[in-house]
Design a protein around this ligand. Structure first.
Ligand code: SDX
Length: 432
């Protein structure tokens, strides 16, 4: 329901539009412009959707200026301190924190969907050994629609729930298979006696010829990283999943589209790009040179891990991850990690630099996560895959919210056309 109306007047034609203003439970109100083309014969123009609400949602709220992030109303700081990734997954999917029994049933259901079809496992043999893991993961996730025909009716709530549990359970197994393939090592099957993150580490690092004990601190660090990456409102990859899903495409195809969108260095690929950048900078004395490049548009260089479309304050996740970095590096004996020291120095210098201060370019979630993944023994090529594992929960929650909304329509943005006006075809013999 609209709380009030904005009046839009075209002074040339005198045409007036009353645009309903809708207020959410918290955050900026929105202007409902659905009638603006009919009333005024115009479209709105907002490349990159910087100020455009593409949907209504009840899942995640971000206040970029205040550095606030909430999932279903729970502040990320409290979830990071008190919850687990599996519990946050339940919260995002079902809207409330689970009872002990509901959490146990959910964990068991996830645990019983961790294996993938053996034919799907053989897909990995077709990839070149140096294929990027994100290429393998996006391809195999899309291929799941060739296997799981029993839950493809997107209008059936039970099918949607089984799909949700299935993809959340299998994405770590697919990620581990991609990793093992890149190493030329045999695939390690999931173990249902381990929790989500311990199972992932086991599938990554166990080998058939010796016992592997999961480091509890490493599993805890991973669980926290996954909580921090689980969802983030209408970011590029989530919006991709919503747009792909709005056509009625099967959910595996929609999630695969999200994986592909996340891969870009401006988005989830930034965690890998941060480590590449730190390695390129090499030492503290080189920082001024690279800061100068970041300010010089012609250098086409950006400080990876800095800046955010929404956060114009510290990314609350980066604050939590920064503290975790110190703990993990101290525990895993790499407290003198040169890349971490360089990252801290770069952060210190950039946060005092007028160019970054005036543009409110703070470290984001990707600035530190790669350093922790490195400390956990996870290779750089797998960093964005780790992000995709966690974000699958958010993608699924948003897909569910969209598909179960009876007012859902196919997404179809419009444009400002500035190409040639109509002209007639010219035979090739007469072209200049
Ligand atoms: C994620 O949306 C989400 O929620 C994403 C995410 C999630 O959880 O889903 O939070 C995860 O993707 C985090 C962002 C990871 N990406 C990076 O770290 C890549 C480096 N950052 C940027 O490329 C950039 O900051 C973006 C893409 C994150 C945001 O881009 P915007 O909002 O389009 O900002 P912009 O490009 O319009 O920049 C505004 C100004 C420009 O300078 P001026 O034209 O005003 O002179 O800031 C400058 C930019 O040149 N700028 C940077 C910079 N980021 C922006 N300059 C140097 N280094 C940077 N990193």
């Amino acid at each position: 329901m609209a709380d009030k109306n904005f009046e839009l007047l075209d002074p040339a034609s005198g045409k007036k539009s009353l645009l309903p203003v809708r207020q959410g439970t918290v955050g900026p109100a929105v202007l409902d412009i659905a009638t603006i083309n009919k009333d005024q014969g115009v479209f709105t123009f907002d490349p990159g959707f910087g100020v455009t609400a593409a949907t209504e949602s009840k899942i995640t709220y971000i206040d970029g200026d205040a550095g606030v992030l909430m999932h279903r109303g729970y502040p990320i700081e409290q979830l990071a301190e008190k919850s687990s990734f599996t519990e946050v997954a339940y919260l995002l999917l079902y809207g409330d924190l689970p009872t002990a029994q509901a959490l146990q049933e959910f964990s068991l259901s996830i645990g019983h969907h961790t294996m993938i079809n053996e034919s799907l496992l053989r897909f990995f043999g077709g990839f070149h050994h140096n294929a990027h893991p994100m290429a393998m993961v996006s391809a195999v996730v899309a291929s799941m629609s060739a296997f799981y025909h029993d839950t493809m009716d997107i209008n059936n709530p039970r099918h949607r729930e089984i799909f949700a549990h299935r993809i959340i359970a299998k994405i770590p197994t697919i990620a581990a298979a991609a990793y093992k393939h890149s190493l030329g090592q045999p695939f390690v099957y999931p173990r249902n006696d381990l929790d989500y993150c311990a199972n992932l580490l086991h599938m990554f690092f166990a080998v058939p010829c010796e016992r592997y004990e999961v480091d509890a601190d490493a599993a805890a660090a991973l669980d926290l990283l996954f909580i921090l990456h689980a969802d983030h409102e209408q970011n590029a990859s989530t919006s991709t999943v919503r747009l792909a899903g709005s056509t009625g495409a099967n959910p595996y195809a929609a999630i695969s589209a999200g994986v592909s969108a996340l891969w870009g260095p401006a988005h989830g690929g930034a965690n890998e790009a941060v480590l590449d950048m730190l390695e390129q900078i090499g030492s503290v004395d080189q920082i001024p040179k690279y800061l100068a490049m970041a300010k010089d548009k012609s250098a086409h260089f950006r400080l990876m891990g800095f800046g955010h479309r929404v956060y114009k304050n510290f990314d609350p996740r980066a604050k939590i991850i920064r503290a975790m970095c110190h703990k993990v590096l101290a525990k895993l004996g790499s407290a003198d990690n040169p890349l971490f020291e360089l990252a801290l120095k770069l952060e210190e210098i950039a946060l005092k630099d007028e160019y970054f201060v005036s543009r409110k370019l703070y470290p984001n979630v990707d600035f530190y996560s790669g350093i922790i993944y490195s400390a956990l023994g996870i290779p750089r090529s797998m960093f964005t895959v780790m992000f995709a594992i966690a974000r699958t929960v958010g993608w699924v929650a948003h897909w569910q919210e969209m598909i179960s909304d009876p007012s859902m329509r196919i997404g179809r943005p419009r444009q400002l056309y500035t190409g040639p006006v109509q002209r007639d075809y010219v035979a090739v013999a007469k072209r200049g």
